[in-house]
Ligand binder design. Structure first.
Ligand SMILES: [Zn+2]
Ligand SMILES: [Zn+2]
Length: 251
């Protein structure tokens, strides 16, 4: 029997356009140099310009690029993939998914059980009690491995919920530093963005990953403290926010 070659994708990473430490060009050069990923998406928080730049320049790189953004919805963070226009913040999860689909994109619930993010955890009991709501609202996939999670249980619970409802599972790095890119990954039959989209739509993905390395946490945390410490009083400083963008895995 002929074996099918599996591609490798990381569809969740940040640049300096939001709270990442590397510019979009540095991210793309790094991915090209490593040569491990077949498809990536840059998904800054509520800002699409770096992702669009990468998408428009994809012919210059030896891997495929999906345009996207990480949308701050009232129902948690949502990766909007294959979209080229901004998606409004603070809508309900159902409305956010609908807005992504209107653009022909796919909607992925990112780190649904991120215990360090208060507003994410507000939604967690609902998703655990009635996970089928996610299917009813048209969600396309759940991020079951986010390499920035400090608590391994966050990913295990996400994976178990996704299995229960039979929804597509993705593994991503949520990288904010170059060294974390590829720490979470999704395997899929084929090697292009188009193959990946088909795999997501037909549930033929496998989610893997490890945790960010200690150096990556340290770099990101130091940067966050320097940047936010300048404009936040101690009272306003939110540990959840500080810890938001990270993760870990299995095989
Ligand atoms: Zn997030
Ligand atoms: Zn993120």
């Amino acid at each position: 029997m002929q074996s099918i070659k599996l591609g490798r994708a990381d569809l969740h990473m940040h640049t300096t356009v939001s709270d990442g430490l590397a510019t979009v060009k540095e991210v793309l050069q790094h991915v090209a140099k490593r040569g491990v990923l077949d498809v990536i998406a840059i998904t800054d928080h509520d800002r699409i310009e770096a992702s669009l730049w990468a998408y428009e320049n994809r012919h210059r790189y030896p891997f495929d690029i999906v345009p996207g953004v990480e949308v701050s919805s009232a129902g948690g963070h949502v990766l909007a993939l294959w979209v080229t226009k901004p998606i409004p913040m603070n809508m309900s999860l159902k409305e956010t998914i609908a807005a992504i689909h209107e653009q022909g994109g796919l909607a992925v619930l990112a780190h649904p059980f991120h215990v360090q993010m208060g507003f994410v955890m507000k939604n967690a009991p609902k998703y655990l009690r009635k996970p089928q709501l996610l299917l009813e609202w048209g969600l396309d996939a759940v991020e079951v491995h986010n390499a920035g999670m400090l608590t391994p249980g966050c990913n295990l619970v996400a994976r178990s919920m996704a299995k229960r409802i039979g929804i597509t599972q993705l593994g991503n790095s949520d990288a904010h530093t170059l060294g974390a890119i590829g720490a979470g990954w999704t395997r899929f039959p084929g090697h292009t963005a188009e193959h990946l989209r088909t795999a997501i739509e037909t549930q033929q993905t496998l989610a893997y990953g490890r945790m960010w390395g200690a150096r990556e946490y340290a770099k990101f945390t130091r940067d966050l403290i320097e940047r936010r410490g300048q404009r936040c009083s101690d009272e306003e400083f939110d540990l959840g926010e500080l810890l938001e963008p990270q993760a870990r895995v299995e095989g």
